[in-house]
Design a protein around this ligand. Structure first.
Ligand code: MTE
Ligand code: HPA
Ligand code: MOS
Length: 750
């Protein structure tokens, strides 16, 4: 089944927020944001801007009727700054004008006086100064202290992984339209329609039923629109509340880069202990998460870092802790992997440090510690149906690892100025929102009297093709062709109280709800057919748009059956609710069973480093991935490739830079490099691991959105391996991204 959006995408006909035909009286907004990272607002002079012809009104916190509070997890973030600013780019006011150009011109006319306060930009500095978002969290298993005293090798070290810009193609934005009696409709580019609805209602001081949020699709989200699509929607809604006219705001790229948060940079410290047989018996890590100026999703992301701190390895003694450090950067937020990648980079670094000290190939330590059936994670969940060893050994075999390694050795012997490197990267990623209460979804399925079907869910289509998967579920359960099924927009009045489309769980949660709704409808229709054909229920099925009896085509078509059901006044609509069973987590003990299942895989990455220039190419990434029983391998392979490219970008060339005053320096695509076709691997080969799949996944087809991003971590270690082949005196460092500049320094370090 092809992606159902491909036709309109290719023709440029797919609709995004900026494509909506707007009402004639629409006004346009733009944010006035802080030109300093920290300080007291002494005075803002709006007078010249307000007097500019075409400016309708400039909104500030004083215009808020409800609460000036947009915090999701913690109430620590104002929509518009009051007397203090806490990051460069923090919204202070919202200018609404007849055109976008006038609004922008007005922005230039605003002057502000800020009494500057000290700026913190790094997590380490925040920790030293005791600047935190909330209390730290710790997970532990066994007793690391005792275990370290019995180890043959104990290594300590420090790592850093930088942030990452989402760079969704469609920037943030919203179009707000007044409805009757003070209601407002918001067309938003958000992964979390309910978050937008709830926070808008809070800020406007109205009940949630006054706010309808509609999402057609996103031009990418990658986590950047889980929480951070909200402020722009709320601002347009505040303006509508006062002006009773439609208001549109689409951020331009510069404003989006400057004002929105990114993946969290982490500074981390590790201690790893091993025995002579290379078993890791103890692991400790302290993670300092650079949260930025407000909580946003940082506490949840910090938690997932702890969940993934031992990646796909079994370590019997673990102690990890994480601090969400408050700094003067834009609040950092969800980004594909949600803190998991930051955790995994640390244990992979620790293994590299240990391998270097012991003098063994890194992969022997990895291999000696891969998870087995019934191993316990540090958070108490017992690993079952573990596939990591299967993916590891099958990758080694199918891709002929030893042959690749000897080819690389030979290449490195024969070449002075080019060196090749290799790494293996196993993954284990937990599927479910780590916050158990969020694991639910609903679907509303209508069968219209002509036999066509309309499906609404809480799932947001953001390019991951969840709509196609939902359609496949309907087609499969009802036994009808895909042309009969339409996926509706995601709308809070049709499907309420949704969790955001995130945590790679959207297809699982919403798909299960769609399946339940379709099964209920099918049951009612089969009953009608039973009477029409005078057969018993067990013998009836629907396939290819026709009623079948005992596997034989009957004369009754789907349309006839639906028409008959109408005559008999059978309900042709169904609303189903799914909540993931089994999962639970006790935060007071930091133990439980938070994940429905894990996704596993192994990637082998090879690279070539140009040792004169420090530049490099990713030659191949060869993966054995656990898709379960994929329901759409084309889509799933696309997710693997996209995530991999994004992971490699994070580890290699994407370098976020703030100056010490907290101003974003990498504020354009000329200074922030994302992988293009030349920096993508020349070959990506993905082999699905053959498994039975997992019942907790929709149609046993495992979630795929985030896990493959972490294969990209392999690129860091493959490059490191090549650098070491050139410069024996290079001391391993774990400071991502490994940019060409850093590679050059490493090649010639003495
Ligand atoms: N793929 C595309 N094309 N665009 C996106 O924005 N987001 C990723 C992933 N794949 C994303 C994507 C992230 S961060 C998540 S959590 C999942 O998709 C969300 O969708 P799913 O739950 O349906 O996998
Ligand atoms: N993953 C992604 N997004 C989330 C999560 C999670 O575990 N929890 C809350 N939002
Ligand atoms: Mo994805 S980071 O869970 O939106």
């Amino acid at each position: 089944m092809q992606n159902i959006d491909s036709y309109t995408h290719v023709r440029g006909e797919s609709l995004f927020v900026d494509d909506i035909i707007i009402r004639q009286d629409t006004l346009f907004g733009v944010v006035f944001d802080s030109p300093k990272a920290h300080g007291k607002i002494k005075n803002v002079d709006y007078s010249e801007a307000e007097n500019l012809k075409g400016v309708t009104k400039i909104f500030t916190y004083k215009d808020i009727i409800g609460e000036n509070q947009i915090g999701g997890i913690l109430p620590d973030e104002p929509l518009w700054a009051e007397d203090e600013v806490h990051f460069w780019g923090q919204p202070i006011a919202f200018i609404v004008a007849e055109t976008e150009a006038i609004a922008k011109q007005a922005r230039q006319l605003i002057t502000i006086e800020i009494e500057e306060l000290p700026v913190i930009t790094t997590a380490k500095e925040a920790k030293t100064k005791g600047s935190f978002i909330n209390a730290p969290r710790s997970f532990s298993l066994g007793n690391t202290e005792e275990a370290f005293s019995d180890c043959d090798y104990v290594l300590e070290g420090e790592t850093f992984s930088n942030g990452q810009e989402h760079l969704y193609l469609e920037t943030q934005g919203c179009y707000a339209i007044p409805q009757e009696n003070g209601s407002i409709k918001l067309i938003s580019s958000t992964q979390g329609p309910t978050a937008v609805q709830k926070i808008t209602a809070r800020v406007l001081g109205v009940p949630m039923h006054k706010v309808e949020v509609d999402v057609i699709r996103l031009g990418g989200g990658f986590g950047g629109k889980e929480d951070q699509a909200t402020p722009w929607a709320v601002m347009t809604a505040v303006a509508v509340q006062h002006l009773n006219k439609p208001v549109k705001y689409i951020l331009n790229r510069h404003d989006d880069l400057r004002m929105t948060g990114k993946r969290h940079p982490y500074s981390s410290f590790f201690k790893i202990g091993l025995n002579k047989n290379l078993k890791v018996t103890a692991f400790e890590a302290e993670f300092l998460q650079n949260a930025g100026a407000a909580a946003d999703l940082s506490p949840a992301i910090a938690e997932r870092t702890l969940f993934h701190a031992t990646n796909s390895y079994f370590v019997p003694n673990v102690k990890t802790s994480v601090y969400s450090c408050k700094t003067n950067l834009p609040p950092n937020t969800a980004f594909r992997g949600f803190g998991g990648p930051q955790g995994m980079f640390v244990i992979e670094s620790a293994i590299a440090a240990a391998a270097e000290a012991i003098g063994v190939n890194r992969r022997f330590i990895q291999e000696a510690n891969l998870l087995s059936e019934n191993d316990e994670f540090s958070y108490g969940q017992i690993a079952t149906k573990v596939e990591v060893q299967n993916t590891w050994f099958s990758a080694k075999k199918k891709f002929e690892l030893e042959k690749i390694e000897s080819e690389i050795d030979l290449f490195n012997k024969n070449n002075e100025s080019f060196k090749k490197g290799i790494s293996l990267m196993p993954i284990a990623f937990g599927i479910s929102f780590t916050n158990t209460p969020m694991n639910h979804a609903r679907a509303l399925v209508h069968i219209y009297q002509d036999g066509s079907v309309g499906v609404s869910t809480g799932a947001v289509e953001m390019g991951q093709s969840v709509n196609t998967k939902m359609l496949q579920v309907v087609q499969d359960i009802l036994g009808i062709s895909s042309e009969k099924v339409k996926l509706e927009t995601t709308n809070t009045t049709r499907v309420a109280n949704t969790s955001p489309s995130a945590a790679s769980s959207t297809a699982d949660l919403n798909g299960k709800a769609v399946k339940m709704a379709c099964e209920a409808l099918l049951g009612r229709l089969v009953k009608v057919a039973t009477e029409m054909l005078d057969e018993d229920e067990q013998s009836i099925s629907i396939q290819n748009d026709v009623v079948f009896v005992n596997g034989q085509k009957s004369k009754i078509s789907w349309e006839t059956l639906v028409a008959q059901a109408m005559l008999e006044r059978v309900a042709l609509s169904e609303n189903a609710h799914y909540a993931t069973p089994i999962i639970h987590f006790d935060k007071t003990k930091e133990k439980g069973h938070p994940f429905a299942y894990h996704v596993y895989g192994t990637a082998i990455t090879t690279v070539t480093v140009d040792c004169v220039r420090g530049i490099y190419e990713i030659d191949t990434v060869k993966i054995v991935h656990d898709f379960g029983k994929s329901m759409n391998i084309g889509i799933d392979l696309g997710q693997v490739e996209g995530a991999l490219a994004q992971g490699i970008g994070w580890m290699t060339i994407e370098e976020i830079a703030y100056d010490t005053d907290g101003r974003l320096e990498s504020n354009a695509l000329s200074t922030y490099k994302v992988p293009d076709i030349f920096s993508a691997p020349k070959t990506i080969e993905t082999i699905p691991l053959e498994t039975e799949g997992n019942d907790m996944a929709i149609f046993k087809s495992k979630a795929v959105g985030e896990p493959p991003l972490m294969y990209g971590i392999g690129a860091y270690f493959a490059i490191q391996n090549a650098v070491k082949a050139f410069n024996k005196s290079y001391v391993l460092k774990f400071h991502a991204p490994f940019t060409p500049e850093k590679v050059l320094m490493a090649l010639y370090e003495k």
